[in-house]
Design a protein. Sequence first.
Length: 169
Amino acid sequence: MNFLEKDLEDIIFETDNDSLQEHGLFIDGQKKRQVRIGNYGIADLITCSRRKCDLHSYPSTYLDITVFELKKNILDNNAFFQAITYVRGIQSYLEYRKIENYTINITLIGKELNLHDDFIYIPSLIHSEYIFKQLASFNIYTYSYEFDGIQFEKQYDYGLKNNGWEGVR
C-alpha cells in the first residue's frame, strides 16, 4: 500500500479530536487544512481555539494556535524550518491585525525522525523552560499505519549518546 502525505492529512483532518487522542495524537481546537499564510506558504493543518486564563486576577482570553507540518516519511530540519516559516507568517498576520493575546505551537508528524538533525532536541528545551515568547510548545510525533489503523507516538528527550561528559568534573 502506498501511503501518501495527503492520506495522513485526510486521516487527521477527518477524524474527530477525541478519536485521534485515543490513538496517541493530542489535537485541540478547530482544524483547518491547506491554509495559505500570505506569502509564507501553505500549512498542511492548523488548529485554533480560544482559551481563558486568569493573569493577576484579570480574566482574559487568548488564541491558542497549532501549526502541523506533516511528512510522509522522515522528519528533519527542513520540516522544522518550514513550520517556523508558517509560525512567523502567523505572527506577522496577528501583529498586522493588532492581536496580542496568543500562543503558537508546532507539531511535526512523520513516519520517522532523522536522529542526526539538531531539531530533535527542541521539545525537551521547550518543555523544561519557556524559552520563546509566544511559542508555547513544539511536539514531534511518528506514526505507523498498519492493518488495524493509524497509531501515533510522541517523541521527546533525545540527547547525544556520547555527550563528552566522561571524565569531566
